[in-house]
Ligand binder design. Structure first.
Ligand SMILES: Cc1ncc(COP(=O)(O)O)c(C=O)c1O
Length: 429
């Protein structure tokens, strides 16, 4: 039987003290995930990769099983295509680095640069396409890349209901577009974008375009199948949905692309051979090429258990359905309150468990503080690391940003109702 929200709450003692509606920023780590991490410390502590003795072997096996669980259950890809990362930000920076630096490897005793992943120089000026809705971590790496390689950075705005469409993206790209980055789900607007349709439309029009998807608000909130989407890269954070610990995340890299990527970090674990003249990097599994140094072993073991917890113990469809339901319940109760404005898609089919709003005459931080002081309701306020979007929405100057309630499977209808009552009280509605 799948775990009910009440059963999940028993695994998250923190929820007894607060109404936690800040799941878009970070999610709690349930006890079974914490136990998997403690088991590593208490029962089979050893470094991975290089051990001959039995416990080292067990630690290595469990670490790789965690990779397999995270890859298959969260993204639908093979472990060899899956890179462990610290978070989404790490994932986007790994990709940006490789787009700028050709693979460096040793051939016949001397360093040689391979063919670059993207030829930014020949032909006309190349361009990189992003969108207005992105988090800074899915904007800054590409802005910097564009600057370094002399490419233009183009920005797409959604033309309808704050949801990106294939046509919105197709309008921005052309034969000189080499890379497109967009999100799966907006952490501000809750928009769920049709990433499969967008990716396929882009690849059909221009097969050379590489697609990066920011899935920070994806896996753990809804089912994801990167093969079906058809993207080249899909990154996520382990602590924003999958219920894994902070400092964990993942990046899917399409195999053919990964084989040609230069890793941002070099050192132990990711090399095939090292001499005093040069080195070669691992080619046995693309994912491991990016694991320089001792990884966050307990964290990744926790992420692997967390992947089982959300995908098997609960079920991704159930999570998706419940978070959407809670968001719609809240919207229904607060949308007509005096001075309240809700941002994001009006069509419930396009919105996940995020409700972001402003109240006329209130600064967003004052709303968040009042909810905490009066009702112990925890919400996030500010620009949510999406300053260009906040400026575009016009919320920064007027309200200092927006206030956001973001749902988890374990949130209860009574908690959403309490937030609605609190907002009624604040607005006099
Ligand atoms: C859509 C989106 N992208 C990127 C990030 C960055 O994630 P992290 O800080 O875990 O790297 C976040 C974090 O809130 C996010 O919501």
């Amino acid at each position: 039987m799948p775990l009910t929200p009440e059963q999940v709450r028993e695994h998250i003692p923190f929820l007894e003290k607060y109404v936690y509606l800040d799941n878009g920023a970070t999610t709690p780590v349930p006890l079974p995930v914490q136990e998997a991490m403690s088991a590593y410390y208490n029962e089979y502590l050893a470094n991975v990769e290089r051990g001959a003795y039995s416990v080292a072997h067990e630690a290595h096996e469990r670490f790789e099983r965690a990779r397999e669980n995270a890859a298959k259950l969260l993204l639908g890809c093979e472990p060899g295509e899956f890179v462990f990362t610290r978070n989404l930000t790490h994932a986007s920076n790994i990709v940006a680095y490789a787009l700028e630096h050709p693979l460096l490897t040793t051939k016949d005793g001397t360093f040689t640069l391979s063919e670059p992943l993207v030829d930014w120089k020949s032909g006309g000026k190349k361009n990189i396409v992003g969108t207005m809705l992105e988090h800074h971590s899915n904007t800054m790496p590409w802005l910097r890349l564009a600057h370094h390689v002399g490419a233009e950075y183009r920005v797409v705005r959604p033309s309808n209901d704050m949801v990106l469409s294939p046509d919105d993206l197709l309008e921005a790209v052309d034969g000189n577009t080499r890379f497109v980055a967009f999100q799966h789900v907006s952490n501000v607007l809750g928009s769920i974008h049709p990433v499969r349709e967008i990716t396929r439309a882009l690849k059909e029009a221009y097969p050379d375009i590489m697609v990066f998807i920011d899935g920070s608000q994806g896996p753990g909130h809804l089912p994801v199948d990167v093969k079906d989407i058809g993207c080249d890269f899909y990154g996520f954070s382990g602590h924003k949905g999958p219920l894994g610990p902070q400092g964990t995340g993942g990046l899917y890299i399409r195999k053919e692309v990964g084989e040609r990527m230069d890793p941002m970090e070099v050192g132990g674990g990711m090399m095939a051979d090292v001499t005093l003249e040069g080195y070669t990097v691992r080619t046995d599994a693309v994912g491991r090429r990016f694991d320089a140094g001792t990884p966050n072993i307990p964290g990744m073991i926790g992420l692997g258990r967390a992947a089982e917890y959300v995908a098997k113990d609960i079920g991704m469809d159930r999570i998706d359905e419940r978070e959407r339901h809670l968001a719609q319940r809240l919207i229904g109760r607060i949308k007509d309150l005096p001075g309240v404005k809700i941002y994001g898609p009006e069509n419930p089919e396009h919105r996940g468990g995020v409700v972001t709003f402003t109240i006329e005459g209130w600064l967003c931080h004052d709303v968040s503080n009042a909810l905490d002081d009066g009702w112990r309701i925890l919400t996030r306020s500010g620009h949510h690391c999406c300053l260009p979007l906040a400026r575009w929405l016009g919320t920064i100057d007027r309200y200092g940003g927006t206030t956001r309630a973001s749902m988890g499977y374990y949130n209860m209808e009574r908690e959403v109702d309490l937030l609605a009552e609190a907002l009624e009280s604040l607005t006099g509605g």
